[in-house]
Design a protein around this ligand. Structure first.
Ligand code: CA
Ligand code: CA
Length: 176
C-alpha cells in the first residue's frame, strides 16, 4: 500500500464492482506493484475476480483468478457479462500475447480458452460464435485428445487440449 501510482509503474488494482451491469470500475481498494507485464487492475464480478491486461489491438484480456471447474457455457456467459467472450485467436501474435499474459499473472494455470473440438474430434471451433477457429498453434505433440480432451488451454509455448471438466482459470477477450 502507499506505493505511488506512477505512469510507468506496473500495477495491480483491486476493486469491487456490482455484478452487472459491469460498466465501470468502482471503489479502488488496493494498489500494489507486481512484477509482470500486466497493467492489471483486478475487477470483481460478484465473487469472480480477474487480472486485466492493458489494451492490446483494441482488446483487453480478463484472466480469472480462482481455480474452478471449467464449463464452456458458464464461463462464456461470465465473459459476456464483461462485454466479451471466451478468448479466441485471430492470429499468431494474439495467441502469443495471451499466452505471455497468462503466465505472467500471479498464480498457476491452466488457462482455458474458447476453443473446443467437442462437436467433431480434431475440428476446433470458437465456442462463442461457433465458427472454425481462425488460428490455433498447439504445443509439440498436442493436441493428443488424451482420454478425450476437447477443451483448449493456452500457455506461452502453445496450446494444449485438456479435459473440459478440469479445474483451472479462463481468459475472456473484451473488445474496448
Ligand atoms: Ca478432442
Ligand atoms: Ca492434450
Amino acid at each position: 500500500m502507499g506505493a505511488a501510482l506512477g505512469r510507468t509503474a506496473k500495477q495491480m488494482v483491486s476493486t469491487r464492482v456490482p455484478v452487472q451491469p459491469l460498466t465501470r470500475l468502482l471503489e479502488y481498494e488496493c494498489i500494489q506493484h507486481i512484477e509482470s507485464a500486466l497493467h492489471s487492475p483486478v475487477v470483481g464480478q460478484g465473487y469472480v475476480t480477474y487480472d486485466i491486461s492493458e489494451v492490446y489491438r483494441g482488446r483487453q484480456y480478463f484472466i480469472s483468478k480462482e481455480h474452478e471447474y471449467f464449463n464452456l457455457a458458464t464461463m462464456n456467459d461470465r465473459c459476456k457479462k464483461l462485454g466479451g467472450y471466451l478468448v479466441q485467436f485471430d492470429d499468431a501474435a494474439e495467441q502469443r500475447k495471451v499466452g505471455s499474459l497468462a503466465v505472467a499473472v500471479p498464480g498457476k494455470g491452466p488457462f482455458f480458452t474458447g476453443l473446443t473440438d467437442n462437436v467433431r474430434e480434431g475440428w476446433f471451433y470458437t465456442y462463442n460464435d461457433k465458427k472454425h477457429a481462425r488460428y490455433h498453434k498447439f504445443r509439440w505433440f498436442q493436441p493428443d485428445n488424451w482420454w478425450n480432451e476437447d477443451c483448449v488451454v493456452v500457455w506461452d509455448n502453445g496450446l494444449n487440449d485438456i479435459d473440459c471438466g478440469k479445474r483451472g482459470r479462463y481468459v475472456c477477450e473484451v473488445p474496448v
